[in-house]
Design a protein around this ligand. Structure first.
Ligand SMILES: [Cu+2]
Length: 194
């Protein structure tokens, strides 16, 4: 289907595009997928997304192993296995007061949790001690999971100078933060702390 776009709208879209950019970057110092997010956009708050995210337990693993969501997102935890699974996290970014046990439930059922605290959520199952997964709760909608080589892009970031935080499971609960200035497109390298 073709739409005719009024020229005023085209002009507006061009103006908006000129005030934002894409951060192209790389996380170094760790293998595998990392998470990157913009810490804050001064003067802006972001409503909780209506769309839920999914974290399954399948084949005795958390699937996906690593999930990134915006603060305020509800995550649906579903058990796809023929055995019961539990979901708990002892802390969020090491803060034990944010630890929580979702309980234990059988195949086909799901339970949901709304993540309002920013940070690293290490998922465990007390039925299967080898199971491990992670949810990273980003303070802004500007986040990405890198590919296995550490490469990421974060699109439509308003122009400005921000803190950009990177995290990899290798570093437990520790994150690494760098400055990035977006003025149109930008590049950033996050060398994770040893
Ligand atoms: Cu389990």
């Amino acid at each position: 289907m073709k739409h005719i776009v009024p020229s005023a709208l085209v002009f507006l879209m061009a103006a908006v595009a000129a005030q934002a950019g894409t951060i192209h970057g790389k996380v170094t110092g760790a293998k595998g997928a990392s998470v990157v997010y913009v810490d804050a956009i001064p003067g802006k708050t972001f409503p909780a997304p209506a769309q839920h995210a999914a974290m399954d337990q399948k084949g005795l693993m958390f699937e996906p192993h690593l999930l990134a969501v915006q603060k305020g997102t509800t995550v649906d935890f579903k058990n796809e296995d023929s055995v019961e699974h539990n979901v708990f996290w002892p802390s969020i970014s090491g803060n034990k007061s944010l630890g929580h046990n979702m309980g234990t439930w059988p195949r086909g059922q799901q339970r949901s949790f709304k993540f309002d605290a920013v940070g690293i959520v290490p998922l465990l199952c007390n039925v299967h001690p080898d199971m491990s997964g992670f949810i990273v709760v980003s303070p802004t909608p500007y986040f990405a999971i890198t590919n296995a080589a550490g490469v990421f892009t974060i699109a439509n970031v308003p122009n400005g100078t921000y803190k950009l935080t990177g995290w990899n499971e290798r570093n437990k609960m520790r994150t690494t933060t760098v400055d990035v200035t977006v003025s149109g497109d930008a590049t950033a390298t996050i060398a994770l702390a040893k």
